[in-house]
Design a protein around this ligand. Structure first.
Ligand SMILES: O=C([O-])CC(=O)C(=O)O
Ligand SMILES: [Mg+2]
Length: 219
């Protein structure tokens, strides 16, 4: 019998991971980047997914792996050029996500004008929580997201600080890249990004709605 795919296991679908960068002014400033007037987009491949129970691996070529805690939006209904007014009808739910970033490599890419693939798209660069049904987050524009490293709070932001809202992002992205069921949008990180090392333990959450824990290991 053909298996019925369930979007609550979106990480198994092999669909796109579309990431928004510099969507919080305080994070853009901490990395000395200009606050954008249009969303900054990049992609991760589905091979970047990692679930609790498996470690986050530091790529062999990096000595400065950073955590970025982000609200993830799981697409439930695809579309192209989705109007902002109906954008939320395309959301199935949410996930807590980490946009793991080889910051040293990203800086090198930036200075050479090269794409960020090596810095952002490596295996295990997208740890994700369990699926969070849409009803559990009535307003994705007002939830607290936080991250601790070895029990120390490093990031503590609220999605109300986003420059571009979830409906705006869905509409903007879908003009350029058709969204499909099972796609994931990472909506950017608030300030407080910092290095992680082998053996560190990362714990992150969306308020007390969902939390997750990951260990860091060397490749
Ligand atoms: O690497 C960066 O700082 C851009 C980014 O992903 C973010 O702001 O979430
Ligand atoms: Mg990010």
């Amino acid at each position: 019998m053909a298996s019925v795919r369930n979007v609550t296991r979106f990480w198994e679908w092999g669909r796109k991971i579309i990431c928004v960068g510099r969507n919080y002014a305080d994070h853009a400033k901490e990395l000395k980047n200009a606050v954008p007037t249009e969303p900054v987009l990049f992609l991760k491949p589905p091979s970047a997914y990692v679930k609790e129970g498996s470690p986050i691996l530091v790529p062999m070529y990096s000595n400065n792996l950073h955590h970025e805690v982000e609200l993830g939006v799981v697409i439930g209904k695809g579309g192209t050029a989705i109007p902002r007014a109906s954008a939320m009808d395309h959301v199935a739910g949410y996930a807590l996500c980490l946009d793991m970033t080889a910051r040293d490599i990203q800086e090198e890419c930036k200075s050479k004008g090269l794409p960020w693939t090596l810095a952002k798209a490596f295996n295990t660069s997208c740890p994700v929580s369990e699926f969070v049904p849409k009803e559990k987050i009535p307003d994705p524009g007002n939830v607290r997201i936080w991250l601790k490293v070895n029990d120390q709070l490093r990031q503590d932001g609220n999605t109300s600080q986003m420059i571009f809202s979830v409906p705006y992002l869905i509409s903007y992205i879908s003009e350029i890249i058709t969204l499909e069921e099972g796609d994931l949008i990472l909506t950017g990180t608030p300030k407080g990004v910092s290095s992680v090392q082998e053996y560190d333990e990362l714990e992150a959450g969306i308020e007390d709605i969902v939390s997750m824990t990951f260990k860091v290991d060397r490749q």
